[in-house]
Ligand binder design. Structure first.
Ligand code: SDX
Length: 428
């Protein structure tokens, strides 16, 4: 909706009137779409002040530390819902009735197997490949297997691709882990929950019966809920950009996985655990906090700071509670949790972090929980990607439903002016 105006005045030029848009919640946004036709462009590397699209899926209030999925607060979903119900909500916009949920769960459960040929794809990777490299490659390769639902202009094809991705990512993720440790792949089981099935594919072996621990199953489901979607983050924007050309959905999700892998984004959970291990004791914290503030040192406190949250990441709060729950219920003590709690306390009272509004984010505690569950740090971002697949799909579908326009940003060119070419090759 636009009921306000902004005026842009360039020296010596007539003022330009622009609409000011405002959504249901959030900041007002100046509609600059007409500037291009007037030969004017805006400059905003990293999109720190630019909205790339309109969306109804997720809302974040960074100052208040609020995260809503289709209007439902994340803490309520994490405590009272489950991952598949949140998937339904993200994809369809409303909470499902029991009948709708049962049908959705049955469809997801019935598509968890992957084509047997794909097992051979794994054999092309070294056993010590990073699981994110394998997940990215295998997910992209799924595009080569599903030709019957490739016309992204057909809604039913988009729906089939969405279900296949949501169903098969846990299977691919667990296969990445099994391949890395030289154990046989474990087939999905339709009698287990989404989280329970993933844990079974990760940890069961043909040699003995594996019983899913309900504490770990609940914790894993909550971790999946907390990572499901987060509006226009780097990887979701990557999926939207890739999808804006009409690209294959599996290839778009592979692009999202690639972007998420970066340590500034989804790779932060793995980097955060490595950082806590490097700090190793509360006595060493001051030295690392000093390094994090030193502009000449590239070290940053992993799991701290966020482009949007200038308050506590509401997911970190739930994650911290879950961390205590899991460790207590497993009767485990983890020195890294002690280091994390002290690091959080010190940083939250240090002017450098306070002035820059740097708070713990979703990645700060997740690694400690996953480690307590017996999951290696190299698999942390794989689990983040598995959880975020539903968010990527929801945005990819919304973009198609709204009518896609290819993403093609402009630039500020600061290279050479036109000049004559003369080759320097073969000259004495
Ligand atoms: C995720 O976008 C999303 O929604 C992502 C995500 C999702 O669910 O999809 O929430 C998941 O990616 C969470 C973020 C995980 N990344 C990390 O924990 C890595 C550590 N954090 C930083 O790299 C950083 O905070 C970012 C990348 C998350 C945000 O960077 P910005 O918004 O570009 O901020 P910036 O780099 O401009 O920093 C502003 C200031 C700078 O200092 P000054 O130049 O102003 O003096 O804060 C400093 C930075 O040096 N700073 C940090 C810091 N993060 C920012 N200093 C020390 N440690 C940090 N972690």
């Amino acid at each position: 909706m636009a009921d306000k105006k902004a005026t842009l005045t360039l020296e010596g030029e007539a003022p330009i009137e622009l609409d000011v848009l405002h959504g249901t919640l959030g900041e007002n946004e100046i509609d600059i779409r007409t500037l291009g036709s007037k030969g004017l462009f805006t400059f905003d590397p990293g999109f720190t002040s630019t909205a790339s699209c309109e969306s109804k899926i997720t809302y974040i209030d960074g100052d208040e530390g609020i995260l809503l999925h289709r209007g439902f607060p994340i803490d309520q979903l994490a405590l009272h819902s489950n991952y598949l119900e949140v998937c339904y909500i993200l994809l369809n916009g409303e909470a499902p009735t029991q009948a709708q949920f049962d049908e959705f769960r049955t469809t997801v459960t019935r598509h968890t197997m992957i084509h047997e040929q794909i097992n051979r794809l794994f054999m092309g990777f070294r056993r010590d490949s990073h699981p994110m490299a394998v997940m990215c490659g295998v997910t992209g390769a799924l595009a080569a297997f599903y030709h019957d639902s490739l016309d992204v202009n057909i809604e039913r094809h988009r729906e089939i691709a969405a279900f296949r991705l949501l169903s098969k990512m846990p299977t691919v993720a667990a296969m990445c882990y099994k391949y890395s440790i030289g154990q046989p792949f474990v087939y999905p089981r339709n009698d287990l929950s989404y989280a329970g099935n993933f844990l079974n594919m990760m940890f069961s072996t043909p040699c003995e019966e594996y019983k899913v621990n309900p504490v770990l199953e609940r914790a894993m489901d909550r971790i999946l809920v907390l990572h499901a979607d987060h509006e226009q983050n780097a990887s979701t924007s990557t999926v939207r950009t890739a999808g804006s050309s009409g690209a294959n959905p599996f290839a778009c999700i592979a692009a999202g996985i690639a972007s998420l892998w970066g340590p500034a984004h989804g790779g932060a959970n793995e980097a955060c655990l490595r950082m806590l291990e490097e700090i190793s004791s509360v006595d060493h914290i001051p030295e690392f906090v000093k390094r994090a503030k030193d502009k000449n040192d590239s070290f940053r406190l992993m799991g701290f700071g966020h482009r949007v949250y200038k308050n506590y990441d509401p997911r970190a709060t739930v994650m911290r509670e879950t961390c205590h729950e899991v460790l207590n219920e497993l009767g485990m003590k983890d020195d890294l949790l002690e280091v994390a709690m002290e690091l959080e306390h010190i940083a939250l009272n240090d002017p450098y972090f306070i002035e820059r509004k740097l708070y713990p984010n979703v990645d700060f505690y997740s690694g400690i929980i996953l480690k307590a569950m017996g999951i290696p740090s190299s698999m942390f971002t794989v689990i983040f990607a598995m959880a975020r697949t539903v968010g990527w799909i929801a945005h990819w579908k919304e973009m198609h439903d709204d009518g896609i326009k290819i993403a093609r940003p402009r630039q500020l060119y600061t290279g050479y002016d036109k000049r004559e070419f003369s080759s320097q090759l073969n000259k004495k």
